[in-house]
Design a binder for this molecule. Sequence first.
Ligand SMILES: C[S@@+](CC[C@H](N)C(=O)[O-])C[C@H]1O[C@@H](n2cnc3c(N)ncnc32)[C@H](O)[C@@H]1O
Length: 274
Amino acid sequence: MGAARKINPEDSTQFRKLSALVKEACGLNLTEDKDILLDTRLSRRVSQLGLDSYSEYAKLVESDQNELQACIELLTTHKTEWFREFVHFQWLKEQLPKLSAKGNRIQIWSAACSSGPEVYSLLFLLLKEGFNFNHNQFRILGTDISTSILEKAESLPDRADFHDQVNQLLLKVPNKEALLEEIQLSLNHSLKFREFNLKDGELPLRFQFDVIFLRNVLIYFDRPTIQRVCLNLGKYLKPGGHLVIGLTESLHGEVPEYKFLGNSIYQYQPKAKK
Ligand SMILES: C[S@@+](CC[C@H](N)C(=O)[O-])C[C@H]1O[C@@H](n2cnc3c(N)ncnc32)[C@H](O)[C@@H]1O
């Protein structure tokens, strides 16, 4: 059996400093048991920069916002999939008639969208259910803290997996030409991507969302950060709107403004203002 990999005490001290800087900036909670992950993800960066130690790297991250951003990009996990945790798409499909009642425009936010499949899965669900851009029937926003991952999300329509999904959708609709036109219009007008830090971000919006997908990101935060993030997002969610988190995640019953409905779906019920 190979010997377990060990982190030396000096490196561990520097990892604590780096973790504190990253946590302050974006909420990511990297405790001591993640030291090997920090070493794996940062060692190449330290060599690339020509630095001799994590101590030098920690000083650089502390003094240089761009390096802090680069460090966050290296330490965040971007794993995602098309129609991941499908039960949430089934649930959303059932909500659509109510959300669009009286001609309301459906507003959905994917608040840690990674490289985009979640956002485009939402789009394809809406198109399959007959909603379209021409009638101004929906708007979808995708945000993430990582600018490089957002670039990937914006260019996802150039990738083969996007075209595979379009082809699957085409099999399910009668008017294929109209659908292709709708996809193009939606890409140009109904979908938007922008940078947003869940920890303390602000969005300059004049409307609130019906549904926020916040999936598979809370798992990286501690409980006070989860509470803070959810309360911050509440500013952008309609009273009675829904917050959907990952199936392995929980609000731990610590954010009373969100009522648990099952399957990691919560309804926002803000306290009435006095
Ligand atoms: C594992 S992916 C989840 C993607 C998608 N929601 C899903 O369920 O497939 C987590 C994403 O959260 C983003 N993230 C981490 N911390 C963040 C923060 N403070 N603000 C915004 N996004 C953050 C990461 O950049 C990453 O792209």
